[in-house]
Write a protein that binds this ligand. Structure first.
Ligand code: WT7
Length: 657
């Protein structure tokens, strides 16, 4: 432990001793089958990165070969210089000459239980046809297209159709409001919108087209056309001359659209991610490096097999839906399950029923979902046959060790490796995660870096800290799927990621972390959320995990509030499991529990019970808002990404325990 008087580092107190070696049976047939093999390949990828990445890239189809693997002038990276490729050709055409032609690419289930499968040949035809729709409506290479769809096959189809003709897509999550569409339209300058009449969520229709109309009510601006998919069959109005039905426009064009070559650095998409303050950042990704990164990480981390049924539960509106529903799996020729709706419709067993019926073998989801299932009770997963599963993944937040154990036992039957993947919208693909056949796992850590990823925990000066000392997580060299900028804002790009370690050329992730004596990375929380209690710098995630380990607790979020004596006091927002009571006794028990599991310094000054926590639609707890609630301030700043605004009002009204 570091001495706060002489160090500015983040402290770490929670010790995790459970270790799970990769299952022997899994390791035997895995691509990377032992820790020694991982270490050898990792070394090679760091010593000879060009060789490593060239080998991965050469598994894909390039219409013109690259001359140079990397050109790096911090913060500008260019990968596979001079190379030309078509991303959609790699995800589709590449699979058509062999048996994958008739393999299911997308296995879709809608919330109302409608089903549809698309083979690679069928998906290819649909994408080509829609690419021709885009062309017919004046979309060309470099033009931006805003996609605002439910989680249905047409979301992937329209992304791939953009890629086919070099248009740049910007997907806006279907749960976002008219205002979000408006902001993203203005920032991206998109000239065409692809949407649907509506989508299904919890038995209700989300009025997507009406939201688009509301976003355009003060004038179309640069928007020349709106293509509307018929999905929920709710009433919509089409503005003549601007709006067309997808099926009508598609009927007028051919299904033949040759894959043109695009420069490796041609922009592929812009995806907006909420900055903790200020307006959302348009994260820009390009073609060659992004595809190589998502292709390779999907292949190695999910150890994909030809007969896998792969299900990533993320919506296409998030980067996870870009990299690990669409591009990564399709570039690998996988069968991808896509489910449109909510996990509790018609009941809380829906996901487990999906797994049973579609024989899902790989499940990739988020800790927030796992905690919800724990809260809903074991009887749901126990009621279904989950024996088809062979690998489990998580992403999005540090997974609380107790949630990890539940996932392993209840869902994975104790036999599936858990691949906890640390990455970001900005990194494009997985950066730190265990190789399922090689890396021993511990609940709560994403373990060690992917090939070519030079991750480190450093102090404020950029010097690597020793084992178990907290600091800032940086990446010390470029990787292929890294962001190429913030769309239209180079100054913000520089300031947000590169300013802190300018002289060294390190990318700063914004996360606090420590590395243990075995080289495993433990994310302790966002640096902006680190607490300073009487001179001790504490990350949020360990205190939250200690709370979640208490049998009464379903979910917890920890923030600081000003404290005259200690600088900051610890406030914990807690939701309880069913059957538990929010009482002073429970609050005292929880405070005591944190005190004994971590130490007196982390003991919450206040426990506030809540029926739900404010989260973004991708399931991240919005600690920024909780911090304001905890210190009795009015909540300010961007709340447009909040899933349920009423949660906030209830929190503000709720008192102290
Ligand atoms: C931030 C990135 C990555 C796609 C979805 C979220 C946190 C993400 C983990 C993990 C600990 C994680 C980090 C990161 N995070 N995965 N496995 N363990 N923390 O993408 O919205 O860009 O968020 O999510 O804080 O910086 P994002």
């Amino acid at each position: 432990m570091s001495d706060p008087a002489i160090s500015n580092n983040i402290e770490s107190h929670l010790v995790e001793n459970r270790v799970f070696p990769p299952p022997a049976e899994f390791a035997q047939r895995a691509r990377v089958g032992s820790l020694a093999e991982y270490e050898r390949m990792y070394r090679e990828s760091i010593d000879e990165p060009d060789k490593f990445w060239a080998r991965e890239a050469s598994e894909l189809l390039w219409q013109e070969p690259w001359d140079q693997v990397l050109e790096w002038k911090c913060p500008d990276a260019r990968w596979f210089l001079g190379g030309k490729l078509n991303v959609s050709e790699n995800c589709l055409d590449r699979h058509l000459s062999g048996p994958r032609r008739d393999k299911v690419a997308i296995d879709f289930e809608g919330e109302p239980d409608d089903r549809r499968t698309l083979t690679y040949a069928q998906l290819h035809a649909e994408v080509c046809r829609f690419a021709n729709v885009l062309k017919a409506r004046g979309v060309g290479a470099g033009d931006r297209v805003l996609i605002y769809l439910p989680h249905v096959p047409e979301a992937a189809i329209s992304m791939l159709a953009c890629a086919r003709i070099g248009a740049v897509h910007s997907v806006v999550f279907g749960g976002f409001s008219a205002d979000s569409i408006k902001d993203r339209l203005a920032d991206s300058g998109a000239k065409l919108i692809v949407t649907a009449d509506g989508g299904w969520r919890r038995g209700k229709i989300v009025p997507l087209k009406a939201n688009v109309d509301a976003a355009l009510k003060d004038g179309d601006g640069q928007v020349e056309g709106v293509v509307v998919l018929r999905r929920a069959e709710n009433d919509v109005t089409l503005k003549s001359g601007r709006d067309v039905w997808w099926h009508e426009a598609a009927a007028e064009v051919s299904a033949d659209c040759p894959a043109e070559p695009f420069d490796s650095e041609h922009p592929l998409f812009i995806l907006y991610t909420s900055g903790s303050t200020g307006k959302p950042k348009g994260i820009l990704h390009t073609s060659g490096g992004y595809l190589v990164g998502t292709y390779a990480t999907t292949k190695y981390y999910f150890d994909l097999r030809e007969d896998d049924v792969y299900w990533c539960t993320a919506d296409v509106g998030w980067v996870t839906g870009h990299s690990y529903v669409t591009y990564g799996p399709l570039a690998n020729g996988a069968t991808v399950l896509m489910y449109e709706g909510a996990p509790d419709t018609p009941d809380q067993g829906r996901w487990w029923k999906l797994i049973e019926e579609h024989r899902v073998s790989i499940l990739y989801t988020a800790p927030t979902a796992i905690r919800a299932f724990i809260k809903w009770g074991d009887k749901w997963p126990k009621g279904y046959d989950l024996s088809s599963l062979r690998l489990l993944g998580t992403v999005g937040e540090p997974i609380n060790p107790e949630a990890w154990m539940w996932y392993r036992e209840l869902i994975g039957g104790g036999r599936c490796p858990i691949v906890d993947t640390w990455w970001q919208t900005e990194t494009g693909g997985h950066m730190i995660a265990p190789f399922p056949g090689a890396t021993p796992t511990k609940p709560g850590t994403a373990t060690r870096p992917f090939f070519g990823v030079d991750a480190a925990v450093v102090d404020d000066a950029g010097v690597e800290v020793g084992p178990n000392v907290g600091g800032k997580l940086v990446i010390r060299r470029p990787w292929p799927s890294m962001l190429r900028g913030i769309y239209g804002d180079p100054a913000r790009f520089q300031q947000a990621y590169w300013e802190d370690y300018k002289a060294r050329g390190y990318y700063f992730t914004g996360d606090g972390a420590r590395r243990d004596e075995h080289g495993n990375f433990w994310i302790v929380g966002r640096i902006d959320d680190v607490l300073n209690v009487a001179g001790h710098r504490l990350g949020t995630s360990e205190i939250e995990s200690a709370l979640v380990a208490h049998p009464a607790v379903a979910e917890a979020a920890v923030v600081g509030r000003p404290d005259e004596i200690k600088g900051q006091g610890v406030v914990a927002f807690v939701t309880l499991k069913g059957g538990q009571t929010a009482s002073k006794e429970t609050a005292d028990a929880l405070k005591k529990h944190v005190g004994t599991s971590i130490g007196a310094i982390a003991r919450p000054d206040q426990i506030r019970f809540a029926d739900a926590l404010p989260k973004t639609r991708s399931g991240k707890i919005m600690r920024r808002l909780l911090k304001q609630v905890a210190s009795g301030q009015t909540v300010t700043g961007d709340t447009t990404t909040l899933e349920d605004l009423s949660i906030l009002a209830r929190l503000q009204a709720s008192g102290e325990e």
